[in-house]
Design a binder for this molecule. Structure first.
Ligand SMILES: *[C@@H]1O[C@H](CO)[C@@H](O)[C@H](O)[C@H]1NC(C)=O
Ligand SMILES: *[C@@H]1O[C@H](CO)[C@@H](O)[C@H](O)[C@H]1NC(C)=O
Length: 298
């Protein structure tokens, strides 16, 4: 979810560059992760370079690393994709009322990861993070065991503009008549960004997670000159959520989005085996040096 203030920042600069259309490249599917980032942050989906076992209790697991950007671990401390998938697949099934879309999702993640070189575990993390947020209340009310809706393909939009399983501005939505294609499209929109399109609030398109991760100045001028966040997947997640980033302390709230304080730690926790449930959230309140004491958990 991105706040409206983000848009206000974008518009004047974009207009100032009238005649140039750098933002058309947001939806460019030929872009991939910077080569200098690959060794720290990318493995093939089937790679067995992680043999870390998942936590015994994925619901109650939470990582309190951080809060400074350099404290968050590289991929050698993440679970393998296979292990992450096994932890989260039951909830994805639950969130969709059956497993009909699971293979589509897994294959679409693989396809886009191979092309974009955004690690499949990061893509899965974003899917779980974004959809979790949207449907939280629905699930909390409707289920006794407090299962949150992780990966419900039919997720609605936040506001009128932030749609699809990555809740990206201007993103396409799920189409149950073309499940495989539309799941792929929703991931493409969130990872590569959206082209200029007439969706409300999206006249110039919107950068995807990959752009925020690469952190090139070109096309992200409105984020200023600070360098510390460029090329970091957790900072990119924070930006994806908040639309801005002001501090190397990633638990600092930005863009008026409360959840931006937790986003980086939620990401690393999922990459290490948290399944997004309330017990882990409760545990996060005990993270020292993070200021999470007052976090609202369900
Ligand atoms: C998925 O989300 C849609 C839209 O909010 C909702 O109508 C549907 O009931 C959800 N599916 C499940 C299984 O909860
Ligand atoms: C990081 O930011 C949070 C939120 O502002 C704050 O509570 C915490 O003390 C900060 N931690 C460090 C080490 O600066």
């Amino acid at each position: 979810m991105r706040p409206a203030s983000f848009l206000l920042l974008v518009t004047p600069l974009t207009l100032a560059r009238a005649g140039i259309t750098p933002r058309a490249s947001y939806a460019d599917v030929t872009v991939s992760l910077r080569k200098d980032l690959l060794s720290d942050w990318y493995s093939d989906i089937d790679s067995d370079d992680s043999d870390i076992e998942g936590p015994n209790d994925p619901a109650g697991f939470y990582s309190c690393v951080g809060p400074m950007i350099e404290d968050y671990p590289q991929k050698n401390e993440w679970l393998s994709f296979k292990t992450m998938w096994a932890i989260n697949e039951p909830d994805i099934t639950l969130a969709n009322g059956g497993d009909s879309y699971n293979t589509h999702l897994r294959e679409a993640i693989e396809e886009i990861s191979v092309k974009s070189k955004v690690d499949a575990r990061l893509i899965l993390t974003l899917v779980l993070q974004e959809v979790w947020h949207r449907s939280l209340t629905f699930w909390v009310i409707s289920t006794a065991n407090k299962v949150e809706s992780s990966g419900n393909m039919s997720i609605g939009c936040t506001g009128k503009t932030d749609c699809g399983i990555l809740q990206h501005r201007g993103s396409r939505k799920f189409d149950r008549n073309q499940p495989k294609q539309s799941i792929t499209n929703m991931l493409i929109d969130g990872i590569y960004g959206t082209a200029p399109n007439p969706a409300p609030g999206t006249p110039y398109g919107w950068p995807g997670y990959l752009h925020l991760f690469n952190g090139f100045q070109e096309g992200l001028e409105w984020l200023g000159d600070a360098q510390f966040w460029r090329g970091n997947p957790y900072a990119a997640g924070h930006l994806y959520n908040a639309g801005s980033i002001g501090s190397e302390n990633l638990t600092t709230m930005d863009g008026g989005v409360e959840r931006s304080r937790y986003y980086a730690n939620d990401m690393v926790s999922r990459l290490q085996g948290w399944n997004g449930r309330g017990e882990g959230c409760l545990k996060s309140r005990q993270c020292r040096a993070h200021g999470f004491e007052g976090r609202v958990c369900y």
